[in-house]
Design a binder for this molecule. Structure first.
Ligand code: ZN
Ligand code: FE
Length: 254
């Protein structure tokens, strides 16, 4: 069994403290900064065995070196990013597996936002940490990869079981929801979700995690083959890459 604690970092980043209950093995996903993460560790598990990075951006690795030094943690990241991730120890490729205690994780390569971006997926725990690839109701900006790479990455995630819980790197859900609604105006499930998100944010609760099943029904970046969406964009005969690219470009200007 895996326990997950959400840590608010910087302006709108989320880091996640995870603990394999049986073995008391502790990890953190994307420590944006030392201070907030350390405070949470001091209040809870008082140890940190592993640091897992989805990609090299500073708002995801900012706490790496200080945490590693204080807790003698091992840093797990993509082999492609070994030179860009501060303190990289254990380098992984697509499909590689590793254990946090007895919880098995699989590395899924998801290029697009950056070329070395990876997601951490645990089939048994039904959980995925997506970094800046998939957000609640959104997807990451394409900085290094191509739209085709990002589309392929999104499709990899779409194929996972619907009950998978998605933990992403930022609290962008409200703004993302507004964008989804601007295109998918008649989606009742989307409207319900946006209401739900507003309620949570109003009382300072994170809008995540969210199940993949809910995302599939409401996140516009998963709906590039939906006829209503294509119709709205006047792209009825367009390929999924063309529709996905259009959506990403519209979001960049939203
Ligand atoms: Zn990023
Ligand atoms: Fe980020």
């Amino acid at each position: 069994m895996l326990e997950v604690l959400v840590i608010n970092c910087l302006d709108d980043n989320y880091s996640y403290l995870i603990r394999d209950k049986k073995t008391n093995t502790v990890g953190v996903i994307d420590p944006s900064e030392f201070k907030a993460v350390n405070l949470k560790i001091e209040k809870t598990y008082r140890k940190l065995d592993f640091i897992l990075n989805t990609h090299h951006h500073n708002d995801h690795v900012g706490g790496n070196l200080e945490l590693k030094k204080k807790y003698n943690s091992k840093i797990i990241c993509s082999k492609l990013d070994e030179k860009r991730i501060p303190g990289a120890d254990i380098k992984k490729n697509e499909g590689d597996e590793f254990l946090i205690g007895e919880t098995k994780f699989q590395v899924i390569s998801v290029p697009g936002h950056t070329l070395g971006h990876i997601a951490f997926y645990s089939e048994n725990s039904k959980i995925i940490f997506t970094g800046d690839t998939i957000f609640s109701l959104g997807c990451g900006r394409i900085f290094e990869g191509t739209h085709l790479q990002m589309l392929n990455s999104v499709e990899k995630i779409m194929k996972l079981p619907k009950s998978t819980l998605v933990y992403c790197g930022h609290e962008y859900t409200k703004k993302n929801g507004e964008f989804c609604l601007s295109i998918d105006e008649t989606n009742i499930k989307l409207k319900e979700r946006i209401k739900n998100v507003d309620n949570k944010l109003q009382i300072n609760l994170p809008s995540i995690p969210i199940t993949l099943g809910e995302e599939l029904e409401t996140n516009i970046f998963f709906r590039f083959e939906d006829n209503k969406v294509k119709n709205k964009l006047k792209m009825n005969n367009a390929s999924k890459l063309e529709v996905f690219t259009k959506l990403r470009n519209l979001k960049d200007q939203f």
